[in-house]
Write a protein of this length. Structure first.
Length: 171
């Protein structure tokens, strides 16, 4: 699996849209409509539907009990999450718009939560403090956590994520 930092792509896309001004209005409208669409983007799994209030509510509970201690009660991650600690590991990243969670398709996020940061989700022998939750959380609970996380992403991120996932799926 290739890892790519899409934050530069996201920033570039935003700059282009804002520079386009009035000429870019149709693009902005199309992206906004795509964000509100009932059609999931490639890489979205219906089990992690952020519009399902019951699943999101359950996900919030599971997240608070199992994830918030490292990833933050508001999904903000640990301070300086991009800077390695003394042990060489990275702090827990945020799951809000400022992190990279939204760059990944649902099945990858599910796999990381269930199995930890191991191949194919990380390079061989990668060391991480991210535990595998396969023995602690059910598959339904993991999907609910993902629904909760996705429910917190902004309307600005959603269309960019959808486009990114479409581009990745077409490769």
């Amino acid at each position: 699996m290739r890892f790519h930092d899409y934050s530069a792509t996201f920033s570039r896309s935003r700059r282009l849209l804002f520079r386009a001004g009035v000429a870019g209005a149709p693009v902005i409208i199309a992206l906004a409509l795509a964000a509100c669409s009932d059609t999931p983007a490639p890489g979205d799994d219906p089990r992690a539907d952020p519009r399902n209030a019951d699943v999101v509510r359950r996900g919030a509970e599971v997240y608070a009990q199992n994830c918030a201690a490292c990833h933050g009660a508001k999904l903000e991650g640990q301070p300086n999450w991009r800077t390695r600690l003394a042990n060489g590991r990275l702090p827990a990243p945020p799951h809000d718009d400022t992190g990279h969670t939204w760059h990944h398709p649902d099945h990858v996020l599910f796999g990381i939560i269930k199995n930890g940061l191991v191949p194919p989700y990380a390079p061989k022998n990668y060391e991480s403090d991210m535990p595998a939750f396969s023995g602690k959380l059910s598959d339904d609970e993991i999907w609910a956590v993902l629904a909760y996380i996705k429910s917190r992403w902004s309307r600005e991120v959603l269309p960019v994520r959808a486009e990114m996932l479409r581009n990745t799926a077409s490769r």
